[in-house]
Each structure stands twice: as C-alpha cells, then as structure tokens.
Design a protein around this ligand. Structure first.
Ligand code: SF4
Length: 469
C-alpha cells in the first residue's frame, strides 16, 4: 500500500497530542507500524492501550512515539483532511436532492454531493450506502464503527432505485441486516416525498425498519425541502396541513407500538410536521434523548426545555434592553414565546422578532439555516433593530463567519449598522445572548449540526478560534 502522510491540522490544548509534542503541520505516517488508509483505519488502530506513532516533523525528522493511554482515549489531534482520504461523491441522482435545487453561482463546495460512509461515522452524515463496497461494510463490522446513519427513504427495492435514480440502490435491507446482525448502532432517515414514498410506502418502510430496533436506535421522517430552482427536475409537490396530520398519525401509531415493545419511540417526526399540522410539539420524553437532533427532530422542544431550565435559575431584574432577533418563519412563533418567558422575570426586555422570508431559495423554505445574508440585509435595512441583532448560529457555515451566499457577519454589521450577536444552539446561550451585552471574541459552543453540503469539514470547530463577532 502506498504510504499516506496525514497532515495534522490542530492539537487540542491539554491533550495527549500536545504532551507528545505534536504540532500542526506534523504528519502521521503510521500507527503500530501500519500505514493508515483513512479515518476508519485510524480509529481502529488507535483503539488500544499502547500505540506507537510514526510522525514526520515539519523539518523532515521522523519521531517514533510510544503512547500509553485508555483504550478509546483520543489523542486530541485533528487532521487537515478529516477523512484522511479522498471524499467519495455520491453515485445517485435522487429526485429530491437539495443540491440539485440550489441556485447557480454559489461557492463550489456547496455543490459537492458527498455520500461517504466514513462521513457518517466521523460527523454524523446520513449516507445511502449505495457506493459502499462489500469491503467497506466488512471494515465497519470488523472495526465495529458506529453509529452509521443511513438515508433509507424507502425499503421497497424498486421504489428506492427509482427515487435514488440508481439501479444498485435496491439492496438496502440486506445491507442494514448485515450491520444489524453485527450489532452496529444505526439510525435511519426518510425524506418523504408526497405521492411517492408516503402513505402505504411509509407504513411498509417503518414496518421493515422496526424489525431492526433497538440496534437501529431511531428513524426520522422529514418532509422534502423544495426550493424555487426545480426547473427540469422531477415534479414534486409540497405537503399540506392534512398530509402532515396523516403523517403524524402514522408516526404516533408506530411510536406507541415501539414504546410498548422496546421502550423507545423509535420513529420521530421532524419539527416541521408539527408546525405544518398545527399540532403541539411532543413532550421532551418522547424524543428519547434527541438522537435525530441534527435532522431537525426536537430542536424546538429541546431549546424550549433548556430555556425553561435557565429561567428557573434566574431571579430577574429591571434591566432595560431593546434589541431584535431575525430567524426563519418556522421558528418565529417559538422565538416570540421564548421572549415572553424571559419577560416574566425581565419585564423591561423588549425584543422584536423578525421572520425572514427566504426569497433566495424560495418562500417554501422556512428554516433559519438556509437564510442568506442578502435576504437579511434586504428585509432588515431601515428597521429599528435596537442595541443588537441576534442571529442563530446555524445561519453561518460551520466554523466560519459567512452566510450561505458568502456574505460575512462583518459585512452584515456594516450594512445594518448594528452589533450582531451570533447565538449558540443551547437555551442557556439564547438567554445570555438576550440579556447580556454583546461580547467581543466570544467563542461559540455549537452542537455539531449536520450540514449536507459541508464536505470540507475537518473538525476545526473543535479547537479552532472561532466566531469573534
Ligand atoms: S440527496 Fe444525497 S445521495 Fe441523493 S443525489 Fe443528493 S447528495 Fe446524492
């Protein structure tokens, strides 16, 4: 095998890597005398109490380092290429692919279609397994790498081939079964398309997948996202309120049965379904610890719970604050109710919530994570924004200060003439962002949110200096 050199991007302060004298730009050549093909190999080889690392320092000198550590203990180093190998692009042409519906002219990396099972392990991406060779499956099993997050969409072989536009996509159940029998923890995802994989097809998929519980820990059902850039693509319709109610009825029925059988709810509807159906979000305990948080399942409920907790700890006072929040239309009523909760103890806090219409991708897109800097500027210019404008951190590309359309936070600040506070995902951070003055050099502690388009992620958020706003 050709010897690969894996360049270290960062070394966490206080980590074993730092103690060993590793530095960014050093190269890992081998672990226990074995070359490292990719991140799968690396994790497998590192799961030992004693390892020998062969390192090439920046000046070309080679170091052989002996490490004694806990079995699964990490060295605290990250590599420039998180996969430690070439990214595998996808071999499908899904009828619902979001990337196909993106406007032209955005930065190149946003159009990269990754479908690499190693990304599933590394950063929680959902993968179709269609370009996973037998050898890859063997390695996942042999190395016991989990969880593996799978974009199932349907368990019907014929329909899956049609939906993914890939004649090799029909063997999903066999692949899942192999992983299941090997005890690999799994999560599934179904992107629901109206008239295609809903109704009896959804029933069938959920019935088939239920057989893999509890090794398969959860399955999320999310509605297809439709932008205004669908010319020439497969005709897909948005779901209605009645459709959403029917989907929820199916999911709740499965939840009830699975709770009885396995003690977990197993199938989870993304937040959008409840909003579209005009129904209350499920209670905290129905999310089973939020295994599908990154898929937009329970984000709103978890935030509310965390805000409640944070507010319980506070006495309140009469501080005066006048500020604003911009978010997607989906989250607007929730933001307003969070502000009301804060006002119960801080009555002089006055925060206006601005729902931003997504003209860039199309008005059907109502999540905050796809709002662009251009839409923010156009809809907020001239508004009374108060002493600061709060924006959720998922509007920015992970680890950067840029919106999807490449506008920066600094440019937005300049255009709107207001200090901008990027708000972390936790309820505690939200409350602090509302009540405290904007902090210079504040570091964000984001939950890692799955970004389908973030193929260049290399873990910089873990130890990089990020987001002074
Ligand atoms: S949805 Fe995912 S798997 Fe399907 S074509 Fe797009 S990137 Fe590939």
């Amino acid at each position: 095998m050709k010897l690969k050199k894996h360049i270290i991007a960062c070394v966490k302060p206080g980590s074993i890597g730092e103690e060993l004298g590793l530095r960014p730009k050093d190269k890992l050549l081998a672990v226990n005398d074995t070359p490292v093909r990719d991140v799968f190999d690396y994790h497998y080889l590192m799961n030992e109490e004693y390892v020998e690392l062969l390192i090439e320092k920046e000046d070309g000198e080679e170091w052989l380092l002996e490490v004694e550590k806990e079995y699964e203990e990490d060295l605290g180093i990250e590599f420039e290429n998180g996969l430690m190998d070439e990214y595998r692009s996808c071999s499908n042409r899904c009828i619902f692919c979001f990337i196909d519906q993106m406007p032209p002219g955005m930065r190149e990396t946003l159009y990269f279609k990754d479908d690499d099972s190693r990304l599933s392990f590394l950063q929680g991406n959902y993968v179709t397994l269609t370009n996973m060779k037998d050898e890859d499956l063997d390695r996942v099993i042999q190395y016991h790498l989990s969880p593996i997050n799978i974009s199932v969409h349907t368990t019907s072989p014929r329909l899956r081939c049609q939906m993914l536009h890939n004649r090799f996509a029909g063997d999903i159940l066999e692949k899942i079964r192999r992983l299941y029998e090997a005890g690999i923890e799994l999560n599934g995802q179904i992107v629901l398309c109206k008239g295609i994989n809903d109704k009896e097809e959804l029933e069938r998929s959920l019935t088939d997948l239920s057989a893999f519980a509890p090794v398969m820990e959860s399955v999320s059902v999310v509605p297809v996202g439709l932008t205004r850039f669908r010319e020439g693509l497969y005709p897909l319709e948005p779901f209605t309120k009645e459709d959403a109610r029917e989907v929820l009825e199916t999911i709740h029925r499965f939840q009830k049965a699975m709770k009885k059988k396995w003690g977990i709810h197993f199938v989870h509807a993304s937040d959008e379904w409840y909003i579209l159906a005009g129904q209350e979000l499920p209670s905290d305990d129905r999310y089973d610890g939020y295994p599908q948080y990154e898929n937009g399942v329970g984000m709103l409920r978890l935030l509310e719970e965390e805000i409640k907790e944070e507010m319980k700890k506070r006495e309140g006072d009469s501080r005066k604050i006048k500020a604003s929040i911009a978010t997607g239309k989906l989250a607007t009523p929730f933001m307003e109710s969070h502000i009301k909760r804060i006002q119960e103890k801080y009555p002089q806090v006055d925060i206006q919530v601005f729902p931003i219409t997504n003209f860039y991708f199309g008005e059907e897109i109502t999540v905050s994570g796809l709002i662009t800097g251009k839409d923010l500027i156009e809809q907020l210019q001239g508004q009374k924004l108060g002493e600061k404008l709060l924006l959720p951190c998922n509007m920015l590309r992970s680890g950067e200060d840029v919106f999807l359309d490449d506008l920066t936070v600094a440019q937005l600040k300049e255009e709107l003439k207001v200090p901008i506070v990027i708000v972390d995902t936790r309820g505690e951070d939200f409350v602090k962002a509302v009540l405290e003055p904007p902090r210079e050099n504040a570091k964000l502690r984001r939950r890692q949110i799955y970004e389908q388009t973030n193929s260049g992620y290399c873990g910089k958020t873990e130890c990089g200096e990020i987001h002074p706003v």
